[in-house]
Design a protein around this ligand. Structure first.
Ligand code: NAD
Ligand code: IPM
Ligand code: MN
Length: 363
């Protein structure tokens, strides 16, 4: 379900690793070890280079995304494995905006692919659903929308102050994400695609999304495509997730609906994501954040990061390794080898040891 377009990275893959802040530093090393273990069997050459970009560096040196970083990543790496950014000592979130949004925008990673797949029936809060019922892909537009930082303050710090945050939608940007979603559905022979917006209230942006959707869907008559307003989608996805194979939506709605979908399959601790520009250096990160409430306790769930590294390996065309990673997570779930967020009693390190032992036996 999470198959992604391939980059022709050749036989050796170079991966930049940015653990970031909080639990990003705890779960990313687990994902790296699992990738190494999965790759070892068939002697796939992997090279990891770690970068310490995040809150500590920002607070120490005032540096967020260092000069030349984007070009270096684009030219020297096949993919980026990213943990999470966010630290209570940086309330402005400036470093996350510069590094995470900066890389999404500057590498033009317009596809944010966020698959939800129920890997074990114990972990859904819904009644009477089977594994096949919760398997969907959210495609989130990842380079524009309300995230672009267009806006400003007027009369700031006065009783009359105004804050403006613009929602920027280009025809090119809307078309390429909608087309990507249709191509994905066609490639996987998935029948149902839903475009979601708020065109009843956000009339200009919504009108553009509606018109582009109408023209692109005409090229894919074999796909049963429909539109839902985002509020209705949020309700329907919980009422009956069987309706959805592929969802495509804008940046903000995709952020929200992917957390919602993740919870149907066990929560943020299990949710992977890929930020892709097909054929170019792309960035892979779990959906969750830096979780300051549990950071440093050694109990962060590494499954989201490990499944994310599976998406990365699929992106490299290493499908068997990706499957081995997913199977290791499935096995841990079925053996109740989980961290407290999944009602388990194990630590990150114990889960990591289990996964690596499983991969050594099965990869
Ligand atoms: P969060 O995802 O960090 O945490 C939400 C809740 O889920 C918390 O209770 C947390 O403990 C739990 N959780 C998340 N991942 C978990 C895991 N792997 N194992 C166990 N429990 C897990 O979201 P938040 O609290 O809203 O944000 C915290 C910080 O992270 C903020 O600074 C936010 O901006 C940032 N953030 C970053 C990213 C990213 O870098 N991609 C994504 C989301 C949030
Ligand atoms: C995510 C996060 C980010 C986003 C934040 C940290 C800016 O929530 O990756 O889902 O909204 O894109
Ligand atoms: Mn989010």
């Amino acid at each position: 379900m999470s198959n992604l377009p391939l980059r022709d990275g050749g036989p050796k893959a170079r991966i930049a690793v940015i653990p970031g802040d909080g639990i990003g530093k705890e779960v990313t090393p687990v994902a790296v070890k699992c990738m190494q273990s999965a790759a070892a069997k068939r002697q796939r050459p992997l090279e990891f280079v770690e970068f310490d970009w995040g809150a500590d560096k920002f607070l120490r040196e005032g540096v967020t995304l260092p000069p030349g970083a984007v070009e270096m990543l684009r030219n020297e790496f096949d993919a980026i494995l990213f943990g999470a950014l966010g630290d209570p000592r940086v309330p402005s979130n400036q470093h996350a905006a510069d590094i995470l949004l900066g890389l999404r925008f500057k590498l033009d990673l317009y596809v944010n692919a966020r698959p939800t797949e129920l890997l074990h029936p114990r972990y859904t809060p819904l009644r009477d659903v089977t594994l096949d019922d919760i398997r969907l892909m959210v495609f989130r537009e990842n380079t524009e929308g309300i995230y672009v930082g267009v806006g400003g303050f007027f009369k700031k710090d006065t009783p009359d102050e105004i804050a403006v945050q613009e929602d920027v939608n280009s025809r090119k940007g809307v078309e390429r994400i909608i087309r990507h979603a249709f191509e994905f559905a066609r490639g996987r022979k998935l029948k149902r695609l839903c475009m979601s917006d708020k065109s009843n209230a956000m009339t200009f942006a919504g009108d553009l999304w509606q018109r582009v959707f109408k023209s692109v869907r005409a090229e894919y008559p074999e796909i049963d495509s429909r539109h839902l307003f985002i509020d209705t989608l949020a309700m329907e996805i919980v009422r009956d997730p069987r309706q959805f194979d592929v969802i495509v939506t804008n940046n903000l709605f995709g952020d929200i609906v992917s957390d919602l979908a993740a919870q149907l399959a066990g929560g943020l601790g299990l949710a992977p994501s890929a930020n892709i520009h097909p054929g170019r250096t792309s960035l892979f990160e779990p959906v969750h954040g830096s979780a300051p409430n549990i950071a440093g306790k050694g109990i962060a769930n590494p499954f989201g990061a490990v499944l994310t590294s599976g998406l990365l390996m699929e992106f490299l065309g290493w499908n068997e390794e990706a499957l081995a990673l997913k199977n290791a997570v499935k096995s841990a779930l079925s053996d109740n080898l989980t961290t407290p967020d999944l009602n388990g009693s194990h630590t990150t390190a114990q889960v990591s040891d289990y996964l690596i032992a499983h991969l050594a036996r099965h990869s």
